[in-house]
Ligand binder design. Structure first.
Ligand SMILES: Nc1ncnc2c1ncn2[C@@H]1O[C@H](COP(=O)(O)OP(=O)(O)O)[C@@H](O)[C@H]1O
Ligand SMILES: [Mg+2]
Length: 334
């Protein structure tokens, strides 16, 4: 997908918001893609991986009717009340049933985004963060988690006598997310593709530097000719809607709220252009959109990016923020 994006859409506005692409390399039977390191230039970055879209599985994955006893067991453990009588008798469910139920019960189904992980934090362990993010069930919960990302940078800045405050981090990330959404809305590449399982990588550091990048195109596919999607409407089998713009809208509304509360805390007023997503009533739920009913190189295995083992190649490979060797060294350095 990266090579297609860089070759066929060479002047697309989205290119400014994705990692640079440096070709392919091979090691034994494995194939890797070399990407620009998005963390270059940051000092002790905190990163958060936020999956976007209202669905985490491709349409073709929803078609299989193969009975899955293993997923039945997971369903019994996680959502026993969602099993039908027939499924209880068969002691099996389809992969689609499992994925649809799981998506519905996280913010991905309702808000079009989900906090998947974070790294670089000094005050919380990976286990604590994972437990916390699993409990994020609403826009309010997410606003709190995003605020903590900014707090992490500010507390570090205070220790090191840097002049970074929470508003600066929130304003930086909000501006970058708004610019990313504007590029997505203008992009021909986006108009021609369905995006499943992509993430926004939020990065911020103790000096107040921020970044919001679009990553992980392993499950991105070109739409068939004649198919066009809004990226905001609700998915129905066959319509290919992915909800990525709905997710970005809600992510922007959440960060607008983080900025508003940070500014209230230090008695500042939001600039008018940033108030566009806020109404008079500032309950974060008011801005939530729901689906309508209709440098050093960073290597990544290109073959099957999910469930990968770290590569021995220069720069390393990450399957999750905390498994990224770069990020672990950040974590260890705190
Ligand atoms: N270009 C990059 N530069 C720096 N870190 C990256 C880059 N791409 C991915 N990462 C890190 O690796 C993590 C996982 O990457 P991702 O592409 O989502 O793979 P997967 O989800 O398949 O493991 C991200 O959350 C991010 O922390
Ligand atoms: Mg990913």
């Amino acid at each position: 997908m990266y090579s297609s994006l860089h070759e066929k859409f060479a002047s697309d506005p989205i290119l400014a918001h994705v990692p640079s692409f440096h070709g392919f390399s091979h090691s034994g039977d494995s194939k890797f893609i070399a990407l620009g390191n998005l963390l270059e230039g940051f000092h002790n970055p905190r990163v958060m991986d936020v999956k976007i879209g209202t669905r985490t599985y491709q349409e073709k994955e929803a078609l299989s009717s193969k009975p899955r006893p293993d997923l039945f067991e997971r369903m019994v453990a996680a959502f026993p009340d969602k099993l039908t009588h027939a499924e209880m008798e068969a002691k099996a469910i389809t992969k689609h049933k499992w994925m649809q139920t799981r998506d519905k019960h996280s913010t991905i189904g309702s808000l079009g985004y989900r906090i998947d992980g974070a790294a670089g934090y000094c005050r919380s362990s990976k286990a604590e963060l994972d437990t916390k993010f699993k409990k994020v069930a609403s826009q309010n919960d997410a606003v709190e988690a995003f605020g903590e990302l900014a707090d992490e940078c500010v507390e570090d800045a205070a220790v090191k006598h840097c002049r970074t405050d929470k508003s600066r981090i929130a304003r930086g990330l909000l501006t970058r997310l708004q610019s990313l959404r504007a590029a997505v809305e203008r992009s021909e590449f986006v108009a021609n593709h369905e995006f499943i399982g992509t993430s926004i990588l939020l990065v911020a550091d103790e000096k107040g530097k921020t970044g919001a990048y679009w990553i992980d195109f392993a499950k991105t596919e070109a739409l068939q000719e004649g198919t066009s999607i809004s990226h905001r409407k609700e998915w129905e089998p066959g319509n290919h809607e992915d909800g990525i713009l709905l997710g970005l809208d809600n992510l922007i509304a959440a960060w607008t709220e983080v900025l508003r509360t940070a500014d209230v805390a230090c008695n500042r007023k939001l600039p008018d252009e940033m108030l566009c997503t806020l109404s008079e009533n500032t309950d974060p739920m008011d801005n939530v959109q729901t689906p309508t009913s209709h440098g050093p190189e960073y290597f990544k295995d290109g073959a099957s990016p999910l469930n990968q083992k770290p590569s021995k190649l220069k720069g390393g490979y990450a399957t999750s923020p905390k498994s990224n060797p770069l990020l672990e060294s950040v974590y260890a350095g705190c």
